[in-house]
Design a protein around this ligand. Structure first.
Ligand SMILES: [Fe+2]
Ligand SMILES: [Fe+2]
Length: 365
């Protein structure tokens, strides 16, 4: 952990990275505003951040390896691993995912946002896990609670694994089929129990991931009976599902997803968590693909702290759509570089591994 003492801070400034106390409790989340000169002085005196500037972590490669591992864990369930093995494998994966997210939340999210390699359930669960990791940190959960929450996110749809044909169907589902889908929660919890999971937070969050504050969820539980972990996963699950394309609908662009959650979802989801999600990821979360006023295509690298709609981007084509050999970093606060269109993130895949270089080696600036 690095002391904040050398980082210049002024009142009104929004933080570009998470700030912790010396014993690793979250003091302020990235994007939080410094409210006064006194607070700036206090943060500089007692705050710490985690990633040393310039440290090289290939978050894309590491997150892809975690998605591979998750796929293997899902695949091995049929083999009925011995008691404790499943739990140990998921917990170790969750610990590594938290480490990556804390070190570089932008690259961690972007790597999943741009992932076209792994199965729907693996990518959806990894994205839900990344969002849970961030919202868990912002909600003051301790390390152990965050590990349980992330384990729940990684395994929340385990009950759907043998219904892949059904969830990938383009056709309208019958009432009977819908009933089977709704059973995935109960089946998932039973499966986790049979695999030796005894962590009550993990199990209860999976059990409640389709419950809503207004009681309109699968089992009709209401807000007062829903833990903070269950509220976090319900929101992370919905957001993550909206951002992925399905055979029967296109993906929703992130800004539309957030607007839908904010305007239609306040009865269902925790409003404070929605606001935290908006400030943490912005209207164009890392990995979003955009067309700029210059007609260049660009991928979002990170949000400017406190600004929701003018992220820092890397252009990967010129104005005529020809790929650039090396992506060019630009700031969309410049009026000439304004965003004119949101494109499908799959378009960035034409750049292959070139895109990953935009994040590697970046410090918290
Ligand atoms: Fe689910
Ligand atoms: Fe889900």
């Amino acid at each position: 952990m690095i002391s904040m003492s050398a980082i210049p801070l002024v009142s009104g400034q929004r933080l570009a990275f998470d700030v912790f106390t010396h014993d690793e409790c979250l003091l302020l989340l990235r994007g939080s505003a410094i409210k006064s000169a006194e607070e700036a002085a206090r943060v500089q005196e007692s705050g710490y951040f985690k990633q040393p500037p310039g440290e090289r972590i290939n978050v894309f490669a590491a997150m892809s390896a975690l998605a591979d591992r998750l796929g293997h864990i899902y695949g091995d369930i049929r083999e009925r691993p011995g008691t404790g093995v499943f739990s140990k494998r998921v917990r170790s994966l969750a610990g590594e995912l938290i480490q990556l997210c804390d070190a570089d939340p932008d690259a961690s999210f972007a790597s999943i946002h741009l992932n076209n390699l792994h199965s729907y359930i693996a990518v959806h669960s990894m994205m839900a896990a990344v969002v849970c990791c961030r919202l868990g940190l912002a909600s003051g959960l301790n390390r152990e609670q965050r590990v349980s929450l992330v384990c729940a996110a990684l395994t929340h749809d385990l009950g759907l694994l043998d219904m892949v044909d059904l969830i990938n169907s383009k056709d309208m589902l019958s009432d009977l089929e819908m009933g089977r889908i709704r059973q995935h929660v109960e089946r998932g919890v039973q499966l986790l129990g049979s695999l030796g999971v005894t962590d009550m937070l993990w199990l209860s969050v999976v059990a409640d991931h389709h419950e809503f504050l207004d009681g309109s969820g699968y089992a009709g539980k209401r807000g007062e009976n829903l833990s903070i972990g269950a509220r976090i996963l319900a929101l992370a699950d919905a957001y993550s599902a909206m951002l992925r394309p399905r055979p029967y609908r296109d993906r929703l662009m992130a800004r539309r997803a957030l607007e839908a959650l904010y305007s239609d979802g306040l009865d269902r989801y925790d409003g404070h968590l929605i606001e935290t999600l908006i400030w943490d990821l912005g209207f164009y979360p890392p990995g979003s693909v955009l067309r700029l006023g210059t007609r260049e295509m660009a991928v979002v690298i990170r949000n400017s702290p406190g600004i929701l709609d003018s992220p820092n981007v890397a252009c990967f084509t010129d104005a005529l759509g020809r790929p650039l050999l090396t992506p060019v970093i630009r700031d969309t606060n410049d009026p000439e570089l304004c965003i004119i269109e949101v494109l499908d993130p799959a378009l960035a895949s034409r750049m292959g591994r070139q895109i990953e270089k935009c994040w590697n080696g970046r410090g918290p600036h």
